[in-house]
Write a protein that binds this ligand. Structure first.
Ligand code: APR
Ligand code: PHB
Length: 394
């Protein structure tokens, strides 16, 4: 088989890149390790920056998002028994975010791909990348017990943190920057009305908590927990009691509880691999970088990588501008690092760090106070939360 762009991975990165390329008449094939049902079963964050919303619309998959997504003009930060609203819209000259689950984004992209005649091959194993530094790279993979070959011009490595793409780049070429946080998030999904119409990021001496939502009738809540905890050890009752305990009194009193639809623990990590390109291989999204979820940046960074690579590929195919390909990594990383910084700073600001000393705690406390009582402080949170501008490709 032969294609122009071979895409490894059918998460949001691979599906969105594939959809944009298909629309532009650039042939592409997606190879995915899991089944579509498995991919759709993963519950992930749900806050879309305006740039992500615009790109999804451009990809022709904005209809359901525009119908069911909810525009949020602010978020709340809660700490020391009080609550401060970050007025995203007023502080950024009119920018907002849209709450629409990543699972729904993935579903819309999968449906669009099924409607197009682009090829997606699910349930493949042992994907290998060959001759990536030459002019004629190809992939080999196994499907239905048979070995296959896919020839291509370029490979988009959209295969997430545990994928094969980043591992194909020789270790001496790659620089890796990483921070592993000494806690995780225990998430609970329930068909209960959200405690508040906007998201609340809360600090408490027992740890961080987040009140998020999927719709007016479905809530998503998180609690910071030690990495040693197991989701099975958290009954719904224990979860709700601890969440109530960590919220300011008046909010805890309004919390509507109910049976959980899902409960799971995710570790928190910051990770960046540089460069994001090796020969004709381009890393996109989680394959190149991971951020802790506190800034709601994971999916949005994947979308901005896709935006950059897509626009470069368009110029490459339409105008023979192959010179731009070598700029992908620098352009993408420039924006990636700013989101990595923001996600780290929100995480540092709002979590309890088990090993921190009395001085560090005081600094963290005064930082929460300073940032939320200064217009400049609130503006820096707001402009990062709604998403920094996309980088121009030239
Ligand atoms: N071969 C084929 N497919 C693979 C391989 C492999 N060797 N390894 C991983 N995959 C697939 C995974 O099964 C997954 O479906 O690649 C896909 C990667 O998807 P994601 O992990 O969702 O990564 P990405 O598309 O970059 O999305 C980034 O989604 O994961 C969240 O927090 C992340 O919000 C961020 C966004
Ligand atoms: C979520 O709704 O799952 C969510 C929202 C905002 C975050 C992280 C997760 O920062």
């Amino acid at each position: 088989m032969k294609t122009q762009v071979a895409i490894i991975g059918a998460g949001p990165s691979g599906l969105l890149l594939g959809q944009l390329l298909t629309q532009a008449g650039i042939d592409n094939v997606i190879l995915e390790r899991q089944t579509p049902e498995y991919v759709l079963g993963r519950i992930r964050a749900g806050v879309l920056e305006q740039g992500t919303v615009d790109l999804l619309r451009e990809a022709g998959v904005g209809t359901r998002m525009d119908q069911d997504g909810v525009v949020h003009e602010g978020i709340d930060l809660a700490f020391a028994g009080r609550r401060v609203r970050v007025d995203l819209k007023a502080l950024t000259g009119g920018k907002t975010v849209t709450v629409y689950g990543q699972t729904e984004v993935t579903r819309d992209l999968m449906e669009a791909r099924t409607r197009s005649d682009a090829t997606s091959i699910y349930h493949v194993t042992d994907v290998q990348i060959h001759d990536i530094t030459g002019d004629a790279p190809y992939l080999t993979y196994e499907s239905n017990g048979e070995r296959h070959t896919l020839h291509c011009d370029y490979v988009a490595g959209c295969d997430g943190f545990h994928g094969v793409s980043r591992q194909t780049i020789p270790a001496e070429v790659l620089s890796v920057y990483e921070r592993i946080y000494p806690f995780g998030w225990l998430g609970l999904l329930s068909d209960t009305p959200p405690v508040h119409h906007e998201l609340i990021y809360a600090h408490h001496p027992n740890g961080f908590s987040l009140c998020s939502q999927r719709s007016r009738t479905r809530s998503r809540y998180y609690l910071q927990v030690p990495l040693t905890e197991k989701a099975e050890d958290w009954s719904d009752e224990r979860f709700w009691n601890e969440l109530k305990n960590r919220l300011p009194d008046h909010l805890g009193d309004q919390l509507v509880t109910g049976p959980s639809l899902e409960k799971s623990i995710a570790p928190l990590r910051s990770f960046v691999a540089e460069p994001m390109q090796y020969g004709r291989l381009f890393l996109v999204g989680d394959a190149a970088h991971i951020v802790p979820p506190t800034g709601a940046k994971g999916l949005n960074l994947a979308a901005s990588d896709v935006n950059t690579l897509y626009r470069i590929l368009i110029k490459t195919y339409r105008e023979r501008r192959t010179d731009l390909l070598a700029r992908y990594s620098d352009i993408a990383l420039h924006r990636v690092w700013k989101a990595v910084r923001f996600s780290w700073s929100m995480t540092s600001l709002l979590h309890e760090f088990p090993d921190s000393d009395a001085f560090s705690r005081k600094i963290q406390e005064v930082e929460r106070d300073y940032l939320t009582s200064s217009q400049a402080g609130l503006t820096t949170i707001a402009e990062n939360y709604v998403g920094l501008p996309y980088e121009a490709i030239e």
